[in-house]
Design a protein. Structure first.
Length: 394
């Protein structure tokens, strides 16, 4: 049951808390001694003598659901500063009207983000913050989408959290071992946990990977079994579950918003709606983690500015020819690289102008080369014609 803050709420005391006093926060939502240090390092704004720690549990249309030491509070959005995201640690105080409110969002140690879903946008959308583990959910009852898995893992690496692959519905397909093998090969360096929420398999192993006070986010397509997995981890019915359409394997979007769910042992789970698309946003570090083997290939090319197309001594083309580099993986890298470059050009006018100058130079260079080739052909033709005329005179 939600509780609502008021001026008589004991969490909003009339005396300012010195940093030497132990802060109280929502322990069931991941508040630990380390979190208290974060609050001590970022004192509340001036005139907020009543400020106390809280964590954003869910964003609603007009209100923010925040967990405090006293319970759940429905509060208005802050009037100034950073807009909160699910998972943010915040100072709770009062607004100018004297009403309880979020007065400051603390710096994030991690943030899972993507480009907003509509094509024309170049804005960042924060899906969740202060996450410790990003679990990419892969159901075995549908074909494995390699490009989608790579794309999501790039975002997971770039968030600052630790990626993890969670395979669900292992009891529904006899070829689960094949899917696990493919995932392990593709997600090199990322741990893989196989689960069956219906039978309880793999749940203990997954829980052991979530330290006390840590936050885990489940990320996957609609119908991947996230809600069923959440209910199994929590040991109670927290999320509605729906059937998956046989035609396309998509679920019915039983989860409609991002929300924190307390688990046993002080750990926290962040549920997210099924993500249809995942446009990358400024994911250079994630690309390095996911495609580190390609960086090694690039360093072995003969030329430092190799475009990896038809240049002599290109290590990438040699690896493709020898089939030590999968063509699909190379194509996936190129697609993600182009996507990030296009997004950077939208954000950076200087980069856009440089790109336009480079493109113009290429066009001019190609035009000059073509004209030079035509002049050369013309001169050669005239020279041959002149020699032929001299021979005829003889």
């Amino acid at each position: 049951m939600n509780t609502y803050a008021s001026s008589s709420d004991p969490s909003f005391s009339s005396t300012k808390q010195p940093t030497t006093i132990r802060l109280r926060g929502p322990a069931e939502y991941g508040f630990t001694d380390k979190t208290a240090e974060l609050f001590h390092a970022h004192t509340p704004p001036d005139a907020q003598e009543t400020a106390t720690p809280g964590r954003v549990v869910r964003l609603d249309r007009n209100r923010v659901l925040v967990a405090s030491a006293q319970g759940l509070l429905h509060l208005p959005y802050p009037m100034h500063g950073l807009l909160p995201a699910t998972g943010d640690w915040v100072w709770l105080g009062h607004n100018n009207a004297g009403e309880p409110a979020v007065v400051e969002v603390l710096p994030r140690h991690s943030a899972l983000s993507r480009k907003r879903a509509f094509e024309a946008s170049s804005e960042e959308q924060i899906l969740g913050s202060n996450i410790d583990i990003v679990a990419v959910v892969v159901p075995v009852d549908r074909p494995l989408t390699h490009n989608r898995l790579e794309r999501t893992l790039v975002a997971a690496w770039d968030s600052g959290a630790t990626p993890l692959v969670v395979i669900t519905k292992a009891d529904l397909a006899h070829f689960a071992d094949d899917v696990v093998g493919e995932v392990i090969l593709q997600a090199a360096g990322v741990d893989v946990v196989t689960t069956s929420a219906e039978q309880g398999d793999g749940l203990d192993e997954l829980m052991h990977r979530i330290p006390e006070g840590a936050t885990l986010v489940l990320l996957g397509p609609s119908g991947a079994g996230k809600s069923t997995l959440i209910n199994a981890l929590a040991g109670r019915e927290l999320q509605q579950t729906g059937e998956v359409r046989a035609g396309d394997g998509k679920g019915k979007h039983t989860t409609t918003s991002r929300e924190l769910v307390p688990l046993a042992g002080g750990s926290v789970l962040m549920d997210t709606p099924g993500v249809r698309g995942f446009g990358l946003f400024d994911a250079d570090e994630g690309m390095e983690e996911m495609f580190g083997d390609l960086d090694e290939l690039f360093s072995r090319c003969r030329f430092t500015d190799c475009a990896h197309q038809a240049e002599p001594g290109c290590a990438v083309q040699e690896a493709l020819a020898e089939e030590t580099l999968d063509l699909r993986r190379w194509a996936s890298y190129l697609k993600l690289h182009r996507e990030l470059a296009a997004l950077a050009r939208k954000h950076d006018a200087a980069a856009r102008r440089a790109y336009q100058r480079e493109w113009h130079q290429k066009v001019v260079s190609a035009d000059r080369g073509q004209r030079a080739a035509e002049r050369y052909k013309h001169d050669q033709a005239e020279e041959r014609a002149g020699k032929g005329g001299k021979r005829r005179k003889r």
